[in-house]
Design a binder for this molecule. Structure first.
Ligand SMILES: NC(=O)c1ccc[n+]([C@@H]2O[C@H](COP(=O)([O-])OP(=O)(O)OC[C@H]3O[C@@H](n4cnc5c(N)ncnc54)[C@H](O)[C@@H]3O)[C@@H](O)[C@H]2O)c1
Length: 292
């Protein structure tokens, strides 16, 4: 590691950072790039697809050579990165064969995170998923609301997220003062997708997500808060709107969907059954958007 790389990696969070965002052309990536730029940070997007120009470089992230080179520097784009937001992935099963989802996502995450380690980038936020926490909940969770201690995968996409979390929990200790935060996003809802809440009174609506949702712009806020508050070590947080996507009170949904499962005594009337208590407590996360 060169001195210049070391000094960039340890740059204070108080000033603007140069941040690489993988998956920058995706639903969450677009919101994250906009939010980080709005907050004054310099952002360079890395994605397979995107519009050529300042702030974006096309990178095939399942190719380690391209990934490492892009993290170290890109002529006319950046000369070193302070922080990394890793969002690139195939975001659900079904788009390509199941094994292809696993292969792409595991290769991309290894390349990006190991590349970051090689490049001396120590401030990292990555996207995990509710699919690492029991989605689609055909089996009842041990308790409600579901917190970060519950780790279960039921498909190859979720398996990738569980394995990525395990990998990150090890990689974080390979560099002094490295901070990696994995955010377990629930279903991300774009600003143009609120029509879905017309079904909010149906008992089957969002059943596989235990009623949860998050606005893409609030997902972006969670990313920025995690990045700016980065502390050494590996941390996992659930990310959802603190209140559910259902108009049925959460205790009623819990009794209907998971009879007999213990429910927290202090569960709020519409509190998300995918718990956001930890990210609210530690990072001061508060959603700015609600469908109600
Ligand atoms: N959308 C959701 O509801 C949701 C929920 C939970 C977790 N997540 C996670 O959040 C992250 C972002 O999801 P999203 O909804 O924005 O997905 P998206 O599909 O809109 O964006 C993902 C981006 O990653 C890029 N990508 C994929 N493979 C790549 C490769 N090999 N090389 C370069 N780029 C590649 C794609 O081109 C795409 O632009 C993903 O890690 C996803 O698993 C999403």
């Amino acid at each position: 590691m060169t001195d210049s790389v070391t000094s960039r990696a340890h740059r204070s969070a108080t000033g603007p950072l140069t941040i690489a965002v993988t998956g920058s052309s995706g639903k969450l990536g677009r919101a994250a790039v906009a939010d980080l730029r709005e907050a004054g940070h310099e952002v360079i997007g890395f994605d397979l697809h995107g519009t050529a120009g300042a702030g974006f470089t096309q990178v095939k992230l399942d190719d380690y050579g391209q990934t490492l080179d892009a993290l170290l520097g890109v002529t006319a784009r950046h000369a070193g990165i302070d922080a990394l937001v890793h969002l690139a992935a195939i975001p659900v099963n079904g788009l390509v064969p199941d094994a292809a989802t696993f292969h792409n996502n595991m290769a991309v995450s290894f390349n990006v995170l190991f590349g970051a380690h090689r490049a001396g980038i120590h401030r990292i936020v990555t996207a995990s998923s509710i699919t690492a926490a029991g989605f689609p909940y055909d089996v009842a969770p041990p308790a409600l609301p579901v917190d970060e201690s519950h780790t279960v995968a039921n498909n190859t996409y979720g398996l990738g997220k569980v394995l990525e979390e395990a990998m990150l929990g090890q990689l974080v200790d390979w560099s002094e003062a490295c901070s990696i935060t994995a955010l377990r996003f629930t279903n991300v809802v774009g600003a143009d997708e609120y029509g879905t809440f017309e079904r909010a009174a149906e008992t089957t609506y969002r059943r596989d997500l235990i009623g949860s949702w998050v606005d893409a712009r609030d997902g972006a806020l969670a990313i920025r808060l995690a990045l700016e508050a980065a502390r050494p070590g590996f941390t996992v947080y659930n990310v959802a709107a603190p209140e559910s996507g259902s108009s049925i009170p959460s205790r009623e949904l819990a009794a209907l969907w998971f009879p007999g499962t213990p429910v927290a005594d202090d569960l709020g009337e519409f509190e998300s059954l995918f718990s956001t208590r930890a990210i609210q407590r530690d990072l001061g996360f508060a959603a700015r958007h609600d469908w109600r």
